[in-house]
Design a protein around this ligand. Structure first.
Ligand code: GTP
Ligand code: MG
Length: 317
């Protein structure tokens, strides 16, 4: 797919946030100098877009140092903001790294119900199968027949094995069996899909910890990646999910989905700043192409309503 159409998807996916942020920045600066009251409004606007209080305050300070009482254009302030945001995102914008190796890489995927775990696994499985890796899946959400079925449909389409167990079976037992079989099959990657909801949060965390304990019995270096899938429409709530899952399941990387459904896209920036965990991918819509590798420059530019320079260069070629 061309750069332009990927960016088109990113642009339409981030539209709600960029319209709020970009539109209000324009209003804010109409015939005004960058005095203290404009800076206050600038800070409020960033907070409204879910960038978080800490970063919003830092950006206000940084802007005021550079340009206090100067005339500033709409374009100027967007460029300032995009550069600052890109600086925050750059250290965490890391694609998930999987390769052909001697031993199976186990990727555990966690997150609350409906956040996009199964969708993400399906798209990752497709991508790595196409790259030539031998991928297998296991449906550890054993309490929901629909969840198992959803994964089986994807596995069927891709022609890859999906391990399942009867309704209500022990998730950890299934995970143990799947890791054992995937290793015997010399699979390159095994994705473990997990439940997002059990009778309560404690039950969910206990089950996840049990899954982790049990797969370590097969391979003490597993899971090699533990990915937390977050729904961006929950805004700052995503922070408490990161804290809990990080503590309970040792999250190694994040995927932020449903950015198309919210004006709170700034939450990606506050997550990056707060935890420093790699952000492997973002979801900006329901199509397969809408799960994109997270690119700091493209995201920052698009979020504030600018066009990434790479796209411009590509168009001029
Ligand atoms: N608009 C939009 N929808 C998405 C995105 N990612 C996932 N979805 C949709 O969100 C819904 C839930 O996705 P799932 O992948 O089933 O979520 P899950 O985490 O596996 O959910 P449970 O198995 O119930 O815990 C589906 O209808 C997806 O199509 C996204 O980036 N944008
Ligand atoms: Mg699911």
């Amino acid at each position: 797919m061309s750069q332009k159409s990927l960016w088109g998807r990113l642009k339409s996916g981030l539209r709600k946030t960029s319209e709020q942020l970009g539109g209000q920045l324009r209003e804010l600066l109409k015939n005004r100098k960058l005095d203290a009251s404009t800076l206050d409004e600038f800070e409020d606007l960033l907070i409204q877009s879910d960038l978080g209080v800490k970063i919003s305050n830092r950006l206000r300070e940084s802007l005021s140092k550079q340009r206090l009482d100067q005339e500033i254009t709409d374009e100027g302030i967007k460029n300032f903001l995009a550069d600052e945001i890109e600086g925050i995102l750059k250290p965490v914008a890391t694609p998930l790294s999987l390769s052909k190796t001697e031993s199976t890489q186990v990727v555990l995927v966690v997150g609350v119900n409906g956040s996009g775990k199964t969708t993400t696994i399906s798209k990752f499985a497709k991508g790595w199968s196409e790259e030539g890796l031998k991928v297998e899946l296991v449906a550890c959400d054993t309490f929901r027949a629909a969840a198992v079925q959803q994964l089986q449909i994807w596995g069927g389409r891709l022609g890859i094995p999906v391990y399942t167990a009867p309704d209500g079976a022990d998730a950890a037992g299934l995970a143990f069996e799947a890791v054992t079989k995937a290793k015997a099959n010399k699979a390159d990657v095994l994705f473990i899909d997990t439940a997002g909801r059990l009778h309560n949060k404690e039950g969910l965390m206990n089950e996840l910890q049990k899954v982790i304990r049990v797969i370590k019995k097969v391979d003490e270096t597993a899971p090699h990646h533990t990915l937390l899938v977050l729904d961006a429409t929950t805004g700052q709530n995503a922070h408490s999910q990161v804290k809990i899952f990080k503590e309970m399941a040792g999250v190694t990387g994040l995927i932020v989905t449903k950015l198309d459904g919210t004006a709170k896209g700034g939450v990606v920036v506050s997550l990056a700043d707060q935890y420093g965990l790699p952000i492997h991918a973002i979801g900006v819509g329901e199509q397969a192409e809408d799960l994109q590798i997270f690119d700091a420059h493209d995201f920052a530019q698009t979020l504030v309503g600018l066009e990434p320079t790479k796209t411009l260069e590509k168009e001029m070629e």
